[in-house]
Design a protein around this ligand. Sequence first.
Ligand code: AMP
Length: 397
Amino acid sequence: MAFKTLDDLTDIAGKRTLVRVDLNVPMDGDKVTDTTRIERVLPTIRELSDKGAKVILLAHFGRPKGERVASMSLAPVAPAVSSLLGKNVSFADDCIGDAAAAAIGALSNGDVLLLENTRYHKGEEKNDPEFAKALAANGDIYINDAFSAAHRAHGSTEGLARLLPAYAGRTMQAELEALGSALGKPVRPVLAVVGGAKVSSKIDLLENLVSRVDMLVIGGGMANTFLAAKGVDVGKSLCEHDLAGTANKIMAAAETANCEIVLPVDAVVATEFKAGAQNETVALDAIPSDGMILDVGAASIETVKSKIDTARTLVWNGPLGAFEIAPFDKATVAAAKHAADNTKAGKLNSVAGGGDTVAALNHAGAADSFSYVSTAGGAFLEWLEGKELPGVKALEN
Ligand code: AMP
């Protein structure tokens, strides 16, 4: 491992430990409506608190752009963390300066304190060295447990890591280990399943994957652009015809890299984009001129399942069809369940994440059986694109 973890920390009793966490949770008024992100950081907080550290949480909330926007205060999040942790979490209404110093000064060993939104200061997003110094003044040790914010070089994710002894928290560690096992040093063959609406948002991702994986299944709306580039008449389907050249380039790169590209061989088409719309499964040369492809067909599902059976490692991003509206969720659900079964049987290491993928796997009831599901959006996608994440880089020894 190129970075230090909590295992490398000894004798932290009484140490002021600045922990960057992701508490950017969905709220309805003062109530947290989904506690997933809070739950993910509890192991690190508990472990540090149990070892007697003074645990000081740093987080952003929303996009206040350097201003104190009251609706983006972290104050209502502190009680939510407290109730899930089963331990009091105090709150300071600034992350630097006198308010923070006073609250930290009042901490006893094992206490937990949440500091106000780091993005209330312009220096956070600018990664201003002075702001990072002001943060560092309040700590002896820095721990980053927010993989989902690691694609941003901000004061609390990057700058601070360069000023204090820096460690990965348990959630960051789990994420990096899972991602490493999928694309770093994976057990081959490696299969990537990429779906979703558009090629345009995933060009870098596709280009990176064809050079790293053995098989690439392309589904969802983006498959239409590839099919059209190969001369298939996709009717009224969502399709980026102007990206035919890009699709051809990706297919050529795949051939050079010995990566097998697997496109749909049949399609579920409808004339309306709505739940329960009348639909039929057709071969690719029989797509009606007024029809829209909303899912891959039964024969394509069988192909995807057979590729999953061949693979030892799976990386998944994006649904295979318009999974939010039944019955166009069929392929996504079938493939996700199959991957989940193979994972449970110990035959597959399955890692998924990014955007709608978590919702799609939850919808399929498959998320819990995957080896790892990342809740990080942008950071997971940038990692799939092969980019270096500044927050991770700064942790490396
Ligand atoms: P993305 O955010 O790029 O992963 O795209 C996810 C979205 O793609 C979901 O909202 C799906 O409904 C949509 N999608 C997937 N397949 C299709 C399709 N064949 N036609 C239209 N939209 C689709």
